[in-house]
Ligand binder design. Structure first.
Ligand code: C5P
Length: 397
């Protein structure tokens, strides 16, 4: 996917620098060549030798390195690559980029390059949230700098929150997208994910056990193939992937509105476990127990997002994919559901409690299309997502 592409990789001085070794390996495995530039800070965390060994290239470190200048000047170095990647991009490096400083090799290359620049910020959560860093991030975005991450999670410094560098696989995907690789380049794919929450009153709601794992994996897999992805997600228990446009919603009605606002799309995958009903007149105040006896919850039907989009006369995505969570006669029920909803493909899964699929990490699906049912072996939800994304890419041609 990255065959023949050349990446100038600037490794900044943060603990996340160790992850760039894996990034180099992933990039080279996809056919890219990597020219590493190690900042003084970066060299505190990874050795030039390990970086050179993995990249199979000389590591550049000094601005005034006469041998390197004779072979390849810093201007040329900054322009020979197809893309400049900074990982990790520290708060300091971001600040110096905003200020247009050129006081070491890395910043000089960043100022001299005529190529796109993608940065993977990594820093302590307080540093990321500091108004100075917020300002710098906004300024860099305005300058056209591409971002991947940071993500939220446990940090090496013992704190939790946004600031973690994106994982190497995510950075590789962002690189592929920035370089215009991938069979879904130029396509817009809409994905719904997670459960919906239907309010009973301001504190209570009706929900289901969906974690959003499968939907998030599908969004990431489509992104990895180069698609622009809009992920409309109910309150999921797994984080949304980076590099996709996330639209958070709570109710089914909000989800339909968000889907319609995000259209048109080339394809849509409806992986959300949408509630079938909402409480007809959700109370504006918390319902009190006591005097009035038990509350009666009158229900009303939710819009069926999959059916609405599938049966639309104009502007329908070329490929509409639904999911069917069933507990009995999976193939028969799902085949009938595909016809009833009017979608092109339906991925049916058996969510009987003993399968551990709902909320778990594995899935076993049957793909129902116009031509019949195709049994996929049990695999991780990530693998299901990758396989589905490839099929979508084939179908869109
Ligand atoms: O009808 P059922 O809920 O079993 O259908 C499952 C499929 O329909 C899933 O793809 C789900 O995302 C979608 N769906 C929807 N809107 C609803 C209910 C289900 O999009 N209100």
């Amino acid at each position: 996917m990255l065959t023949g592409k050349s990446i100038l990789l600037i490794v900044g001085g943060g603990i996340a620098a160790f992850k760039t070794l894996e990034l180099v390996r992933l990039l080279r495995a996809q056919g890219a060549s990597v020219t590493p530039v190690l900042t003084e800070g970066g060299a505190q965390f990874v050795t030039p030798l390990s970086l050179a060994a993995l990249a199979g290239e000389t590591v550049h470190r000094e601005l005034f390195d006469l041998t390197a200048e004779a072979e390849m000047g810093h201007i040329e170095l900054s322009r020979a690559a197809d893309l400049v990647v900074v990982a990790p991009a520290t708060a300091d490096l971001m600040g110096r980029m905003v200020g247009g400083l050129a006081d070491d090799l890395a910043t000089t290359l960043l100022l001299a390059t005529d190529k796109r620049v993608l940065i993977a910020p990594a820093m302590n959560v307080r540093m990321w949230e500091h108004p100075a860093t917020r300002r710098n991030a906004n300024a860099l975005r305005e300058d056209g700098i591409l971002f991947v991450g940071p993500t939220e999670g446990d940090m090496a410094c013992g704190e939790y929150g946004p600031g973690r560098m994106a994982e190497p696989a995510e950075i590789r995907a962002a690189i592929a997208a920035a370089l215009g690789g991938g069979p879904l380049q130029g396509r817009h794919v809409l994905v719904t994910s997670g459960p919906t929450h239907e309010p009973v009153d301001p504190v209570r709601y009706i929900a289901n056990r969906s974690s959003g794992t499968q939907g998030a994996a599908i969004a990431a897999a489509l992104r990895d193939l180069g698609a622009r992805v809009t992920l409309v997600t109910g309150p999921a228990s797994v984080p949304a992937p980076t590099g996709v446009d996330v639209v958070p919603v709570e109710t089914a009605r909000q989800m339909l509105a968000a889907v319609e606002a995000a259209e048109p799309a080339d394809a849509a995958v409806f992986a959300a476990a949408v509630a079938d009903w909402h409480v007809r007149a959700a109370s504006e105040q918390k319902i009190k127990k006591g005097a009035g006896g038990l509350p009666e919850l009158a229900l009303a039907e939710n819009p069926d997002i999959l059916a609405t989009v599938s049966q639309r006369a104009t502007g329908r995505p070329r490929l509409v994919v639904g999911f069917a969570a069933e507990t009995e006669s999976v193939v028969e029920t799902a085949t009938a559901k595909r016809a009833r909803k009017g979608c092109d493909w339906l991925l049916a899964n058996d969510v009987s409690p003993e399968t551990g699929i709902m909320g778990g990490t594995e899935n076993r699906v049957v793909l129902i299309t116009e031509t019949g049912a195709e049994d996929w072996p049990r695999m991780s939800k990530q693998a299901v997502a990758d396989r589905l994304a490839r099929r979508i890419a084939e179908a869109l041609g």
